[in-house]
Design a protein around this ligand. Structure first.
Ligand code: GTP
Ligand code: SPV
Ligand code: MN
Length: 598
């Protein structure tokens, strides 16, 4: 290769090898410049890969539609390829690395003939900081390049920071034939390598995100005593100017972006409370010199769920998407050349193309039949963090922010109360490990079925789940001043299936209780599952429709449903297998005893 922006032989040799396998017509290095980004946007619009939207209303914004069979992560086709099957564990799909490479090599061979291979050097975290990790993604997709330019820090400075080191994550992505039957998202954690083939959808192909920053990073974190988690990071600024930070792990499409960009209700705003967003999807956590847990967001943008985002639920997200954004699988308003999705407003466009690329008549939309949606339920926006009105001033701080509380949460119509607190780090690890949530459109498969999703990491742990639990327990011993651990549920429903809790900005009321608990400023009552708030301690001032009785109902612990859950957890632990730590079995037994005493 001539004129390469690096002389790193590990990088150049690997690119040579992958290029000879995929046989692209040419290789283009992505340098992070606006000129190159604009040229690629033009090219993608010329081929129809992207549609340039109304530049007056939505400057720098584009629309892309994926293939109809390629709209979400494919957990069934995601593999952890360790030499020993036991190291991937029972929850992950596993293939031997040799077998996997043989299989995928056939799919990659010649797959870029007639195409360009783009080389994307990127950083997860601030380039040059001790906590940053570097990756290079090779891809034949301009859509991937343009998304990576938003989601990560891309450019020649990454290559400079890498220098002559072999310490980077090698990612190879080819769209190939977008063949569902041969779609694979595979990880070789022992070789710092990710291979993705036959997909063009976000989580499967933006390799810095779930593949690197969660699956590979969780594997590295276990070896290096840190944690990679599916968590948002937010700061609550008090009227006196002090800011406290929390992390929250909710499963895919269960409210991280929304909580991360929360606008406090007027009652709090009047008093001077503000919320700042540090991250909406991934947190890398380390023990600081001060003995606290510190979090950085390794990403540089948001790949957020579009449906349901509106001026009421999440105005900050909406404003973030008004410029420099790539919309994927939303409705195209062809009269205005703008975009629309279910839950944006009550004015669906008259002249519209749906996510499949077909004319769409909103009058035929039936909210009980998702197949009539104009936007795919997992349609997304890719937006720059810098455009977020509530972005934290600490967003670019290389050491991150100190964490006061960790919050777990799921989408549970019943069982889980609005909020409760664990009694210790070990008990909090247990609370995370027993998380369950109704499945969403973020992954292919059935929607709305309750499944166990420990720490919201079921699809993202790059090694054995039992070892992952053990790593949580071990980390607790390394943090002299650990965050307190809580569990929340915004999604409890009444007998008609309506959400009881208003959610969104009003979630501030629960966050306030959590932070008060961290400061020992409010009492709580002991229950079988942990500490519950006294109902009067959840502030409902200026909150319409919610009474003290509603809060009591939301905090109710229904013993029979919890005992059913205990059975379910036992089965899940058995499925995870031998490596589930004894401490967690003991926690489960103790929970059962306490429930039976209630
Ligand atoms: P991923 O990007 O898939 O990891 O998802 P996420 O956890 O960031 O989910 P997101 O915040 O995008 O929320 C997904 C869906 O849940 C959206 O349709 C939201 O409107 C809805 N949602 C978020 N917060 C709340 C809430 O407090 N109450 C209710 N009822 N719905 C919510
Ligand atoms: C998720 O599914 O948790 C996401 C979207 O954040 S994706 O990047 O597609 O995985
Ligand atoms: Mn996510």
């Amino acid at each position: 290769m001539k004129n390469t922006p690096t002389s790193n032989k590990y990088v150049l040799n690997w690119i040579d090898e992958m290029a000879s396998l995929c046989a692209p017509d040419k290789i283009v290095w992505i340098d992070g410049s606006t000129e190159q980004e604009n040229a690629l946007r033009d090219e993608a619009c010329a081929t129809g890969e992207m549609i340039r939207l109304n530049q007056e209303k939505l400057p720098g914004c584009y629309l892309h539609r994926t293939a109809i069979n390629d709209v979400a992560r494919v957990e069934g086709r995601t593999f952890i390829c360790t030499r020993e099957k036991a190291d991937a564990g029972n929850i992950n799909n596993w293939m031997h690395p040799d077998e996997c490479k043989e299989k995928l090599t056939k799919l990659y061979r010649g797959s870029m003939r007639g195409k360009t291979m783009y080389v994307i050097p990127y950083s997860m975290g601030i380039v040059g900081s001790p906590f940053a990790k570097y990756g290079i993604e090779l891809t034949d997709s301009i859509y991937v390049v343009l998304n990576m330019l938003i989601m990560t820090r891309v450019g020649n400075n990454v290559l400079d920071a890498l220098g002559s080191s072999p310490d980077y994550i090698k990612g190879l992505h080819a769209r190939a034939h977008l063949d569902e039957e041969n779609r694979y998202i595979v990880h070789f954690p022992e070789e710092n390598t990710i291979w993705s083939v036959n997909s063009g959808y976000g989580g499967n192909v933006l390799l810095g995100k779930k593949c690197f920053a969660l699956r590979i990073a969780s594997y590295l974190g276990r070896k290096e005593n840190w944690m990679a988690e599916h968590m948002l990071i937010l700061g609550v600024e008090y009227p006196d100017g002090e800011t406290k930070y929390v992390c929250a792990a909710f499963p895919s499409a269960c409210g991280k972006t929304n909580l991360a960009m929360l606008i406090p209700p007027e009652y709090y705003r009047k008093k001077g409370y503000k919320v700042h967003c540090v991250g909406d999807d991934i947190a890398w956590l380390r023990v600081g010199e001060d003995g606290r847990l510190w979090a950085v967001n390794p990403e540089n943008g948001f790949f957020g769920v579009a449906p349901g985002t509106n001026e009421k639920t999440n105005p900050n997200a909406l404003h973030t998407t008004l410029r420099d954004t790539i919309f994927t699988n939303v409705v195209h308003n062809t009269r205005e050349n703008t975009v629309w999705w279910e839950g944006l407003d009550k004015n669906p466009p008259e002249d519209a193309i749906d996510w499949r690329g077909n004319p769409w008549d909103f009058r035929k939309y039936d909210k009980n039949d998702k197949s009539t949606c104009g936007a795919h339920p997992n349609s997304r926006f890719t937006a720059r963090a810098q455009n977020c009105p509530c972005l934290s001033s600490e967003f670019n701080n290389p050491v991150g922010v100190p964490i006061s509380a960790i919050i777990f949460g799921g989408r549970r119509a019943k069982t889980a109360p609005l909020v409760y607190q664990s009694t210790s780090w070990q008990n909090g690890t247990f609370v995370g490990s027993i998380m369950a949530s109704e499945t969403t459109a973020a992954a292919s498969g059935e929607v709305g079925v309750v499944r166990r999703d420990p720490m919201a990491m079921r699809p993202f742990v790059g090694y054995d789940m039992g070892d992952y639990f053990a790593h949580w327990l071990a980390m607790g011993k390394l943090i002299p001043n650990p965050p307190k651990i809580f569990h929340v549920n915004w999604f409890r429903t009444d007998n008609e299936g309506n959400f009881i809790w208003p959610g969104f900005g009003e979630n501030m009321r629960v966050i306030e209780w959590i932070l008060k608990r961290c400061d020992s400023k409010v009492d709580a009552r002991e229950s079988a599952i942990g500490y519950l708030p006294y109902p009067e301690d959840i502030c409902i001032l200026e909150l319409d429709g919610i009474t003290r009785e509603t809060i009591e109902q939301l905090l109710h612990v229904d013993v029979p449903s919890w005992l059913l859950d205990v059975e379910n957890i036992r089965k899940f632990y058995a499925q995870v297998g031998e490596r589930v730590p004894n401490e967690l079995h003991a926690e489960l037994d103790a929970l059962e005893v306490r429930l039976k005493e209630m």
